[in-house]
Design a protein. Structure first.
Length: 336
């Protein structure tokens, strides 16, 4: 089996406040992204998804701090590199990131070609304006964007076009891995489909080799991802195929996420709407046991007393729960 494009081993990062308090935002997370595959990461707001995305790039600045683990891109460990090396040699070239609401971060007084020029020259100052324009035009046309967008200001573009343009700028140097943090949020359905199609086309053409797609909408990932990891309170609570995670979630939190969303898709319409009670724990002082225990209707005394490790339900699925798989399924069927 070939080596994964991206492999993360036991990554731990924390926010350290000015009062020296630690926030355990990413706690011993491991994952792999194979060539040509998309890994989806789902979870509610505040569970650590965006912090994980920032951490994966190996570029840390306060209050986010690296505490341990390895991040390997094509076998190269970037977690121990100096920040200036990561910024020049890794970001944009090996791994690229599209943050939430990225389209609102564009300076309305600068043309799109100027943003691209900044990205390219940060990695290779020898590129002149004509070289940058020619490369950008070819890239935009290959990604289905008209070349005239390069000479436009952000305020001249619609929301959907602006988001697609931001994606094109992020991948202008053809990185191996793209991390897309809720790239389709705040868009209408038509624009969402165009953004997702663009991302798929980049994968199929080999323009990028692997992708991580982050969202709080678990059903959306069924149309995007090959595998899905469900994240809660800084930890991965389930890792399964996209079909398993959406149509047959195992962990009580995954089950709750699916029951919290109205989904018109065939096969999911009959899911009973439910709400997950309570709120996520304070990660300055996370619970000693299962972090979902206080919100879980199936929790037992043992869940609150000891830490819970990821265990294998089958060769394609991991979940973090002390209740055996067979018993969880019985509880789900009985509605207890």
């Amino acid at each position: 089996m070939p080596n994964p494009i991206l492999e993360v081993r036991d990554l731990t990062t924390r926010y350290i406040t000015r009062y020296k308090e630690s926030v355990y935002a990413v706690d011993h997370v491991s994952l792999k992204v194979e060539e040509g595959k998309t890994l989806g990461i789902a979870g509610e707001s505040g569970c650590g998804k965006s912090t994980l995305a920032l951490s994966l790039m190996g570029y840390y600045f306060p209050p986010l701090h690296y505490m341990g683990g390895e991040i390997l891109i094509d076998g190269q460990n970037i977690s121990g590199m100096k920040p200036d090396v990561v910024r020049k040699s890794i970001l944009g070239r090996e791994i690229a990131y599209i943050p939430q609401a990225a389209m609102n971060a564009l300076n309305p007084t600068r043309k799109i070609i100027d943003f691209i020029g900044d990205v390219v020259r940060a990695h290779d100052p020898s590129w002149n304006r004509q070289m940058i324009y020619d490369h950008a035009r070819k890239t935009f046309e290959m990604l289905g964007l008209p070349a005239e967008v390069l000479q436009k200001y952000p305020v001249e573009l619609s929301g959907g076009m602006k988001q697609r343009t931001v994606i094109a700028v992020a991948v202008i140097l053809s990185p191996k891995v793209l991390i897309a943090d809720e790239p389709s949020s705040a868009l209408d359905v038509t624009s969402q489909k165009m953004v997702i199609k663009m991302l798929r086309d980049m994968m199929e053409s080999g323009f990028i080799k692997g992708m991580i797609f982050i969202t709080h909408e678990l059903p959306l990932l069924y149309n995007v991802a090959d595998e899905i990891m469900v994240m809660y309170a800084g930890q991965i609570v389930e890792h399964a195929t996209a079909k398993q995670a959406v149509f047959d979630p195992l962990h009580p939190y995954s089950k709750g996420l699916m029951g919290s969303i109205i989904v018109p898709e065939s096969g999911l319409r009959d899911i009973k709407l439910t709400a997950i009670p309570g709120v996520p724990p304070n990660l300055k002082n996370p619970p000693a046991g299962c972090r979902f225990a206080e919100r879980c209707q199936y929790a037992r005394a043992v869940c609150r007393g000891t830490s819970v490790a990821l265990s294998a339900a089958d060769p394609n699925r991991l979940y973090r729960c002390v209740v055996p798989e067979a018993e969880l399924r019985r509880l789900y069927q009985s509605g207890d």
